[in-house]
Design a binder for this molecule. Structure first.
Ligand code: TYD
Length: 232
C-alpha cells in the first residue's frame, strides 16, 4: 500500500496545468516534511520520453488510434512502475501532469475508442493505481489553443493540431468524468487569474493533506491510494 499522496492535473491543452502544478509543488515543498516529486505524461522516464517523442511528432499523421492509445498506456505503465509507485512507497507527494483521465478524454471520447477498453488497458498498465485528487483545469478549447499559440516556442504538436471539434469533445469528456467522480476530481475554472487558481488549489490540497497525512492528524490512506469506488 502506498503511503504517499498522488495528485494529478488534467484539462484541455493550454489550460495552464503545468504552471499550476509547479506552483502547488513549491507551496507543498515549503510546508511539508515529505519529498514532493513532479512528473508528467506522456514521459516521466527515459522510455516514456522516447514514447512521448513518437506520440507528439507532427510527422506521425498515420498513427492509428489503437496504437496511439496503447502507446500512452505503455508510457504510463513504465512511469508507474519506475517512478510513481516507488515515490509513493517512500512517502512522497507525487504531482503528475496528466494521467489516466487524459486517455479517457482524448483517446476514448476524443477518438471514439470504447471507454471500457481504455479503462481495462489502463487498469492493466497501472495495476489500478489512481490519484487521491485530480485538478481538472477547465477552459474553453478555443481560448486554450489561443494560449498555446501565444506561448510561441516549437509549433503545435500532433495533438494540438487536431480540429477544434476534437478539443471540444475532450473538454466535455473531462467534465463528464468529473461529474462521475466528484470525490476525486475537482473542476477548477481556469479562465481566472493564475494567482486566484493557485490559491484555490493550494487550499483544497492542504485540506486533503490534513485528511490523509498522519503527521497532520489525518487518518492515513484508507483506500490504498485512490482505488475507491467508481475509479479505474
Ligand atoms: P501535455 O501535458 O499537454 O504536454 P505539453 O503541455 O508539453 O504540450 O500533453 C501532451 C499531449 O498529449 C496533450 O495534447 C494531451 C495528450 N495526451 C493524450 O492524448 N492522452 C494521454 O493519455 C496523455 C497523458 C496525453
Amino acid at each position: 500500500m502506498a503511503n504517499g499522496l498522488f495528485i494529478t492535473f488534467e484539462g484541455p491543452d493550454g489550460a495552464g496545468k503545468t504552471t499550476q502544478l509547479r506552483r502547488l509543488a513549491s507551496f507543498l515543498t515549503s510546508r511539508l516534511k515529505r519529498p514532493v516529486v513532479t512528473t508528467r505524461e506522456p514521459g516521466g522516464t527515459r522510455i516514456g520520453d522516447a514514447v512521448r517523442a513518437i506520440l507528439l511528432d507532427p510527422a506521425h499523421a498515420e498513427l492509428c488510434r489503437e496504437a496511439e492509445m496503447l502507446l500512452y498506456a505503455a508510457s504510463r505503465a513504465q512511469h508507474v512502475a519506475e517512478r510513481i509507485r516507488p515515490a509513493l512507497a517512500a512517502g512522497a507527494v507525487v504531482l503528475c501532469d496528466r494521467y489516466v483521465d487524459a486517455s479517457l478524454a482524448y483517446q476514448a471520447y476524443g477518438l471514439g475508442i470504447d471507454p471500457a477498453v481504455v479503462v481495462a488497458v489502463n487498469r492493466f498498465a497501472t495495476g489500478g493505481l489512481l490519484p487521491h485528487r485530480t485538478y481538472l483545469l477547465d477552459i474553453d478549447p478555443s481560448e486554450g489553443l489561443r494560449r498555446v499559440r501565444a506561448r510561441g516556442g516549437p509549433g503545435a504538436d500532433r495533438i494540438e493540431q487536431k480540429a477544434l471539434a476534437y478539443h471540444q469533445r475532450v473538454r466535455e469528456a473531462f467534465l463528464r468524468l468529473a461529474a462521475d467522480d466528484p470525490q476525486r476530481i475537482r473542476v477548477i475554472d481556469a479562465s481566472r487569474p493564475e494567482e486566484e487558481i493557485a490559491r484555490e488549489i493550494a487550499a483544497d490540497c492542504w485540506a486533503l493533506c490534513q485528511r490523509l497525512l498522519p503527521e497532520m492528524g489525518g487518518a492515513g490512506d484508507e483506500t490504498g491510494c485512490g482505488c475507491g469506488p467508481g475509479q479505474g
